[in-house]
Design a protein around this ligand. Structure first.
Ligand code: S3P
Length: 449
């Protein structure tokens, strides 16, 4: 479901110092997968720390529509009574995945090798996003798809009655494509193979193995080949969802640019396929440390500490790192505006097909805030203002994109003049407590209606 209600304009102005502990919510990617694999296991999966953002809630509703029993027991504590691989029932109505590309693409994969038909839709942002990247590999299993022109939602998938396993090389580094194929491969006999030239986040492979599927991973250069043996009986699991590094990015980056700040962000998942932003910030000279590094539920975890870092320098972000920080370029470009010198971000074409065109959204808003930005089809570069500071004063359109809204609100906390976003509503898709958490640290918001 999209956030629906009226737009909620919000402004953030010069704040701080930001201090204290930021307890960010559960990882969105892991939360979607816990619900979907729980629904495909035989018996009851128990989940703690589930992100209760709208994207994940919508995936939970989808799992209910396909016949699983999804129950909330308390804050972040959920159970899923699964129907087994191949056990999905045909939904009686259209599946509305709201704002979530991950939700719709993974669920399409999960149902594509079961002989049922389902129609998917979403909000205006999701209905504009490309789905052929998913339906093309799903057709190799024997599934059929009919959507709007350009492969857009609403779209109907007719699942394959006699699925055949696929062997597919992803044309772009995308965990959503890889995961849709692996989930489809669960109900195909024999081996399904996905090859990616650059390694994307690997939560699906890790969690499939945890549920008892046979998954082999071969490193090939900068990428991987993943081989899944189909038709396993998935055993229900107890899953503790780590806290989301992509949400942690917001209080961390705010602390780096707001004078006097010192913020601890405990228990953050630092899976190397997700942690590229933190490496990049350290390369820029950020005072960002990892404390109590440990392992939780098979994922590396640490407590992050970020302190105000007035001496950060612009850098060329290695394109090879893009997949491991793809959702963090909007907030990185905000930090870059406060650093000294130019930050170049290359190999980031995928940003153009996220919840909105994120290169265009960031370039437009940053320019309106007095920052020089250059862009090309697959890159953008920010000229950091260093000690001169960022003027701010921009009124930004969030374009139904949670990360654009949060990034510009953080900009407002450190800029000279307040920054306003036209609608903070989409923030609830991934980080429903963003405003409360940032206020507690010392951020100043004001209702801009
Ligand atoms: C996600 C994968 C990424 C990311 C998205 C979450 C996932 O998309 O941008 O927010 O959970 O698999 P792509 O895999 O399409 O790059």
């Amino acid at each position: 479901m999209s956030h629906g209600g009226p737009a909620r304009p919000l402004a953030a102005r010069k704040s701080g110092p930001l201090t204290g502990v930021a307890d960010v919510p559960g990882d969105k990617s892991v939360s979607h997968r816990a619900l979907i694999l729980g629904a495909l296991a035989v018996g009851e999966t128990k989940i703690t720390g589930l992100l209760e953002g709208q994207d994940v809630i919508d995936t939970g509703r989808a799992m209910t529509a396909f016949g699983a029993e999804v129950v909330r027991h308390g804050e972040g504590a959920w159970s899923v009574h699964g129907v087994g691989t191949g056990g999905f029932a045909e939904p009686a109505d259209v599946i509305d995945c709201g704002n979530s590309g991950t939700g719709v693409r993974l669920v399409m994969g999960a149902m594509a090798t079961t002989p049922i038909t389902a129609t998917f839709t979403g909000d205006a942002s999701l209905r504009a996003r490309p789905m052929a990247r998913i339906t093309e590999p799903l057709s190799m299993f024997g599934a059929r798809a009919v959507g709007r022109s350009g492969g857009r939602l609403p779209m109907t998938i007719v699942g394959a009655a006699d699925p055949i396993p696929a062997d597919y090389a992803t044309p772009v580094p995308s965990a959503q494509i890889k995961s849709a194929i692996l989930l489809a491969g669960l109900n195909a006999p024999g081996q399904t193979v996905v090859t990616e030239a650059e390694t994307s986040r690997d939560h699906t492979e890790r969690m499939l193995a945890g549920f008892g599927a046979s998954v082999e991973v071969e490193e090939i250069g900068a990428g991987r080949r993943v081989i899944l043996t189909g038709q396993p009986e998935l055993r229900p699991q107890t899953i503790a969802v780590p806290r989301d590094p992509s949400s942690a990015a917001f209080p961390v980056c705010a602390a780096l640019i707001v004078p006097g700040s010192n913020v601890s962000v405990p228990g953050i998942g630092l899976n190397p396929t997700r942690a590229g932003l933190f490496e990049t910030l350290r390369d820029m000279g950020a005072d960002l440390t990892y404390e109590n590094a440990r392992e939780e539920g098979g994922e590396p975890v640490a407590d992050l500490r970020a302190r105000f870092s007035p001496d950060m320098k612009g850098i060329d972000v290695p394109p090879a790192r893009a997949a491991s920080m793809i959702d963090e370029y909007p907030i990185l470009s905000v930090v870059a505006a406060f650093a000294e010198g130019r930050t170049e971000m290359r190999g980031v074409k995928e940003l153009r097909v996220k919840e909105c065109d994120r290169i265009d959204a960031m370039a437009t808003g940053l320019r309106d805030a007095g920052v020089t930005v250059e862009e090309g089809e697959d890159w953008f570069a920010v000229d950091g203002r260093g000690p001169e500071g960022v003027p701010g004063g921009a009124k930004v359109t969030a374009r139904l994109d949670h990360r654009i809204a949060m990034s510009f609100l953080i900009l407002g906390m450190a800029a000279k003049e307040a920054v306003t976003v036209d609608d903070a509503g989409p923030i609830s898709t991934s980080f429903p407590i963003f405003e409360a958490l940032m206020s507690r640290l010392g951020a100043s918001f004001e209702d801009a209606a």
